[in-house]
Write a protein that binds this ligand. Structure first.
Ligand code: ADP
Ligand code: MG
Length: 463
């Protein structure tokens, strides 16, 4: 009928506006390369901050000893204890706890957040056995993975540029996050030293390198999204320090803040951005990462409910609640293989209190999940192509020798298989058959935590 036709019109328009043909993805990749150059040329030269990580050596595999890691992401944080075995010893032991961050702490004060983190860390250490006691006078050492943009001043210090992903703690911006954590640990009576401050992408790169020697870049697709890669030190005009011996420097791109006129943005994206905690920022992240995909679909469904009575005469009240539809729900519906889409029915009922959706309606819901996830994953693939182009790995010089590994992590990539499959297929399509054979994407599970511990080890006071 007329309403259905109107609803289909909205879906069709969404489909068209979200289109990511290969030529467009290539434009996005090229724009990414241009911005990478600009961000490396001067501070503030681009939306891409291209932050210098002070990591000029990735793990060698010889790291040895007991180290801790703290990983503050977007929704959870983890405390890890890692026992590194040294040359040929590998990862001897690894234990962790994961705690979710209470939402009120994401928008409170710096002290409140860091006190909470330090208290969890203290709890973890209070519970460990005597075998982990250190000799008197020796401090425990920690790698701190902090997944927000930080302007580093050394391997173990840096000031917070701004928050992303639903965090907004004004008094922390501009502060040295290591100093903040160190003070909070003191308040807890915890004797620990932060040896390395790393972005999660840099941690994943380091952790990935430990398992795959050909790792050149790391990408996170979780609550947010970001990437890091190994750059030639001479290719960083804004770096005025001594050139590192290795000749290399890991760059934290902060690619979430990328934006370009080539990005396929819809009215729903603009509205979501306008109403977000950080309007105008993190536009690429808002298209591709886990925090936002569900919310985009909710907004389209709401419009269909309001303008085409898609769920009946009344607009389901729950559908008006921002972020009620989360990306894990999206992936659950998208992965529903039952012929009558019972999982979709259950999700609609449980989350949105919609109980009378026909099979036809449920199919349209799945189609919307597909449209939004496909756009996100294909754009993420374009971002990766940008990195490969920047470092000259988008062509093959030596078919037998050349091998390129990209370390990936994050809950979105790990759990949303339609998304990760589409990303890999798109990257292959962009690169062509021959180059694709030289490139592999590896899931570096816990990479950022292990990587932070490895970097704490290579920057230990007790070497
Ligand atoms: P963070 O990004 O907060 O450090 P993770 O890497 O674990 O943490 O990613 C968590 C994010 O991954 C969630 O916010 C969610 O967006 C996404 N995610 C988790 N589980 C799933 C799932 N089953 N399907 C799709 N996305 C998921
Ligand atoms: Mg994380």
């Amino acid at each position: 009928d007329r309403r259905w036709a109107k609803a289909m019109e909205i879906v069709k328009e969404m489909q068209e506006k979200c289109g990511t043909p290969i030529w467009k993805l290539k434009q996005v990749a090229d724009a990414m390369v241009v911005e990478m150059h600009a961000g490396l040329a001067s501070e503030g030269g681009s939306k891409l901050k291209m932050l210098i990580s002070y990591v000029d050596n990735l793990p060698s595999g010889d790291e040895k000893g007991l180290f801790y890691a703290l990983d503050l992401g977007g929704t959870n944080f983890r405390v890890m204890r890692v026992q590194l075995g040294g040359k040929d010893g590998g990862l001897v032991n690894q234990e962790f706890t994961e705690v979710s961050i209470p939402p009120n702490l994401m928008i409170g004060t710096s002290d409140a957040l860091f006190d909470y983190i330090a208290a969890e860390l203290a709890k973890f250490i209070a519970q460990e056995g005597q075998e982990f006691d250190l000799p008197p006078g020796k401090q425990r050492e920690l790698g701190f993975t902090f997944s927000f943009p930080v302007m580093q001043t050394s391997i173990a210090s840096g000031t917070l540029v701004r928050w992303t992903k639903g965090f907004s703690i004004d008094d922390a911006v501009g502060q040295d996050v290591v100093a903040e954590l160190t003070r909070a640990m003191k308040r807890q009576g915890l004797d620990m030293r932060v040896s390395a401050l790393v972005n999660d992408t840099v941690g994943t790169l380091a952790g990935g390198k430990y398992s795959y020697k050909d790792v050149v870049a790391a990408v996170i697709l979780g609550t947010g999204s970001n990437a890091a890669y190994v750059e030639h030190a001479q290719a960083i005009p804004k770096w005025h320090g001594d050139l590192p011996k290795s000749g290399e420097m890991v760059i934290n791109m902060e690619w979430g803040n990328f934006r370009s006129s080539h990005l396929p943005l819809t009215e729903y994206d603009h509205a979501m951005d306008n109403e977000s905690l950080n309007p105008g920022e993190q536009i690429f992240e808002k298209l591709i990462s886990g925090m936002y995909l569900g919310e985009i679909v909710r907004r389209v469904l709401l419009k269909m409910a309001e303008e085409a009575a898609f769920f009946g005469d009344i607009v389901p009240p729950k559908l008006k609640i921002p972020f009620i539809l989360r990306t894990p729900d999206l992936s659950a519906m998208h992965h529903d293989t039952s012929s009558d889409l019972i999982l979709v029915e259950k999700k609609l009922k449980d989350i949105l209190e919609i109980s009378n959706a026909s099979l036809q309606t449920r199919k349209v819901v799945v189609e919307l999940c597909n449209i939004v996830a496909t756009r996100g994953s294909r754009l993420a693939a374009a971002g990766i192509l940008g990195i490969l182009k920047k470092i000259g790995r988008d062509t093959v010089k030596d078919m037998d020798e050349q091998k390129t590994v990209i370390a990936m992590d994050g809950g979105l990539f790990e759990h949303y298989s339609e998304y990760s499959k589409c990303l890999e297929n798109t990257l292959n399509e962009l690169l062509g058959e021959e180059v694709s054979k030289t490139i592999s994407i590896e899931h570096a599970n816990d990479g950022s935590g292990i990587g932070a511990a490895l970097l704490a080890a290579s920057h230990s006071l007790y070497l």
